[in-house]
Design a protein around this ligand. Structure first.
Ligand SMILES: Cc1cc2nc3c(=O)[nH]c(=O)nc-3n(C[C@H](O)[C@H](O)[C@H](O)COP(=O)(O)OP(=O)(O)OC[C@H]3O[C@@H](n4cnc5c(N)ncnc54)[C@H](O)[C@@H]3O)c2cc1C
Length: 446
């Protein structure tokens, strides 16, 4: 009887923490806190864990709704995979990159490819190469925060290279915000790729069995350690008072010692606004971070369409910005012998894609694939799916640093961690894991 009472008391004395969001940031926070003996509950509005990296099955093959891979330099992710016992399933493959421009696919991996890239004049090919080398050598990125990538490229790479290479890439990723993104963001993206390159070229990591192997290992460990994962539960409000934090869902409310929200900053603003618990200036700061959404299609086919994995689509006639042939990266054997393809597009929140029928978008995109690859045969498609994500990429614009919200929010015992705080690097699973670890430590220390 006494032991039972002690156990009950012990359980009560443990810090209780709610984590909002079961993406990689939320899962990592929950995992570390559960390890430290906290009573952790993760809430997610979706019906599966993983957030932007969540999985599904296409034609029976376990895949990700959005394509994902890891770099060799993603040390936080690699270490966690090791700790969870799934590192041996993560295989690094040789990547192949191409650019589709004006009706033609050009290989785009080496200095030789650049020198043979006909859409640019010879002098501009040399200039683009020199700019690439210069960017790789830059260590002090601070000055690059004061100029947009578009302006910087016009100045250093020249007008033609900007129009042919950089503007389509920036437009594809940021839509109407293409000329707002700062150069340090682009530098960060180039740096992560350079750091992960081996002398033999770029290698990208993919889990045999899909990223679900990693995600599920993490979710299982949380549950093994007593953590709870509540899916299909959308958080509507967070209220902090009297040293406790209450979260409100459609089904009622629950009190915790601390709450870590991993929702996008604009969503977090909605969760805490109302009443007098935060100043308007803080809400305005959260809302000043703009996001674009992502629309991603995937299909399986009996047909091998291209010899390259990654295709940057720098051509206005094609309605998407990236075409990926995953079999060319990881081998079709990774996908039960099937050819798996992804097509991607970033869209502003008011883009018609967010209201259009999925089937219509998929048909339109397959027309685009047909233009890119005249031998493409749609009758060989065995399955297809399309997913829409509202907050997929934040806009890193001039003065962005001052917009970044702190992990510790003005609300007592309420923490915020999402990819808009990752800076100057670009968002990614590696940094989601890094920040998740950081927040868990802060919560334990506070
Ligand atoms: C097109 C694209 C390609 C990418 N490719 C790669 C890649 O190859 N490699 C890589 O490392 N990274 C890649 N990323 C980035 C990577 O997916 C993200 O950095 C990472 O998944 C972010 O994790 P997170 O937990 O911070 O956020 P999220 O994954 O967005 O998780 C937030 C969670 O909060 C939940 N949520 C939101 N509001 C509420 C609410 N009110 N109540 C309850 N739950 C809520 C959401 O449902 C979501 O599950 C890619 C992203 C995109 C868009």
């Amino acid at each position: 009887m006494a032991t039972f009472q002690n156990e009950q008391n012990n359980e009560k004395s443990k810090k209780s923490v709610a984590v909002i969001g079961a993406g990689y940031t939320g899962l990592t926070i929950a995992y570390r806190l559960a390890q430290k003996g906290c009573r952790v509950t993760i809430f997610d509005k979706e019906n599966e864990v993983g957030g932007l990296a969540a999985g599904f099955r296409l034609d029976g093959v376990p895949l990700e709704k959005i394509w994902h891979f890891l770099y060799l330099s993603d040390s936080y992710a690699l270490d966690l995979a090791e700790e969870l016992g799934v590192r041996d399933k993560l295989i690094f493959h040789d990547s192949t990159v191409s650019t589709y421009y004006d009706g033609k696919v050009y290989p785009f991996m080496s200095a030789k490819d650049l020198l043979l890239f006909k859409p640019l004049s010879f002098i501009n090919r040399v200039r683009t190469g020199a700019v690439g080398v210069y960017l790789k050598l830059i260590k002090n990125w601070q000055p690059l925060t004061k100029i947009t990538a578009y302006e910087w490229m016009k100045k250093y790479a020249g007008k033609q290279a900007t129009e042919v290479i950089w503007k389509p890439l920036l437009e594809g990723k940021f839509g109407a915000y293409y000329d707002k993104v700062i150069m340090s963001w682009l530098w960060g993206r180039i740096k992560v790729r350079v750091d992960s390159k081996e002398s033999s070229g770029e290698k990208l990591g993919y889990f045999n069995g899909g990223f679900g192997v990693f995600t599920n290992a993490l979710a299982d460990k949380i549950q093994e350690q007593g953590g709870e994962i509540k899916l299909n539960t959308s958080i509507k409000k967070i209220i902090s008072a009297n040293n406790k934090v209450t979260i409100i869902t459609e089904d009622g409310e629950k009190e915790f010692d601390a709450v870590a929200s991993t929702t996008p900053s604009n969503v977090f603003a909605e969760l805490i606004q109302g009443g007098k618990q935060v100043k308007k200036s803080y809400l305005d700061k959260l809302k000043s971070i703009n996001y674009v959404g992502a629309i991603v299609m995937t299909f399986s086919s009996k047909q091998k369409i291209s010899p390259y994995y990654w295709h940057n689509v720098n051509d206005q006639k094609i309605p998407f910005i990236a075409f990926l042939a995953n079999g060319e990266l990881a081998g079709t054997e990774t996908y039960q012998g099937k050819n798996i393809y992804y097509i991607g597009f970033y869209a502003e929140h008011n883009h018609s894609y967010f209201t259009e029928e999925k089937e219509k978008i998929m048909d339109e995109w397959l027309d685009g694939v047909q233009i890119m690859f005249p031998n493409f045969d749609r009758t060989q498609i065995t399955d297809r799916a399309l997913f829409k994500f509202k907050n997929a990429q934040h806009i890193v614009d001039l003065g962005y640093k001052s917009k970044i919200p702190a992990y510790q929010t003005p609300l007592k015992n309420v923490y915020l961690s999402n990819f808009s705080q990752i800076y100057p690097e670009d968002r990614g699973l590696n940094f989601a894991i890094r920040d998740g670890e950081k927040i868990a430590k802060m919560i334990m220390e506070d």
